[in-house]
Design a protein around this ligand. Structure first.
Ligand code: ATP
Length: 306
């Protein structure tokens, strides 16, 4: 017996899943314009992003009135620089990103882009100006070309190919049965986690935003794939204001500033070397990751030997 389960309130379900997990929010906003909790101010104009400076000023926020998730969070990302958010699960990292994308409005404090409070501009313009590389990219049941072009629907074929090259997925696409016309997604060719990330990178390259939000995948790719993707990510983020939710500290060693969140508060901040020298939360996390990496590589080498 084949059971087809189509939730009645599919959009609502999808919306909340995405809102929660920060999965491919850009797609979602095209799929659905209802159910928005945040309303544009009357007469709001588009955000004008010239350089891409981002500021959080004393931001306090809770999803529920009785529980604050961010407490007095203040930081700024100068145009073109990279700030990384780290901290235990539930510390509020993704919330920072959701607020910048304006899924919710802040209670007190302000979020400012190039001098404009994001509460005063249209959501549509805000989301058009910010590129998002989510943990897990959802593909449309459409051609690989369309899936890349989604970053900028007016892009020419040459632009799409250029972006695919920049994301290092062009050669791979040429090996697909119908090259750029190959159908992907649930009903077409299934792409690997790494390939989906590359599609997200290509989309973002086409979109060419000044600001990029990057939610690093928690699911581990193999070391080689990861190193290659890191190179594409680095190229994509170069000279763009970048906020990255990091799970692997090795990827943020060169970040201009690292913010360590704990229970919604920034408890440490600074560059990698500085934090390592502090013997605090970050130094601890770093030691833990080194330890588990040693374990992994000893497992790998024992597999190789056997
Ligand atoms: P992780 O590393 O596990 O992704 P995080 O640091 O990104 O965690 P957030 O997702 O920002 O953490 O969540 C911070 C807190 O807010 C958690 O306690 C979480 O349970 C709570 N929270 C997140 N989304 C909602 C929501 N939609 N409604 C109520 N509480 C929420």
């Amino acid at each position: 017996i084949i059971q087809l389960y189509v939730p009645l309130n599919w959009f609502g379900t999808y919306y909340r899943a995405i809102q929660k997990n920060f999965v491919d929010m850009e797609n979602m906003f095209d799929l659905l314009r209802e159910e928005q909790e945040v309303i544009d101010a009357p007469g709001a104009g588009p955000v004008l992003v010239r350089k891409g400076e981002v500021e959080f000023n004393n931001v306090t926020f809770g999803y529920l009135p009785e529980k604050l998730v961010l407490k007095n969070v203040t930081f700024s990302v100068p145009a073109g620089k990279t700030v990384a958010l780290v901290g235990p699960s539930g510390s509020g990292k993704s919330t920072v990103i959701r607020l910048l994308f304006r899924f919710y409005d802040v209670e007190t404090g302000s979020i400012v882009i190039d001098g404009q409070n994001i509460k005063t501009v249209t959501q549509e313009s805000l989301r058009r100006s910010i590129g998002v590389v989510p943990q897990d990219t959802v593909l449309f049941n459409n051609s690989i070309k369309y899936n890349i072009q989604y970053g900028r629907l007016t892009a020419t074929d040459a632009d799409v190919i250029g972006a695919a090259k920049g994301a290092d997925i062009h050669e791979k696409i040429l090996t697909f049965p119908d090259a750029y016309e190959t159908q992907v997604g649930e009903r077409g060719l299934r792409l690997s986690g790494g390939e989906k990330q590359r599609v997200a990178i290509a989309r973002t390259l086409l979109k060419a935003p000044n600001i990029i939000l990057l939610d690093e995948a928690t699911s581990a790719l193999d070391t080689n794939t990861e190193r290659n993707i890191q190179e594409s990510l680095d190229r994509m983020c170069a000279n763009r204001t970048t906020i990255i939710v990091a799970h692997r500290l090795s990827t943020i060693i060169h970040a201009d500033e690292i913010l360590v969140l704990q229970d919604g508060e920034i408890v440490e901040r600074g560059k990698h070397e500085h934090l390592i020298g502090q013997e605090g939360v970050y130094a601890n996390m770093w030691r833990q990751q080194l330890k588990s990496k040693d374990k992994d590589s000893s497992i790998e080498s024992s597999i190789e030997k056997s």
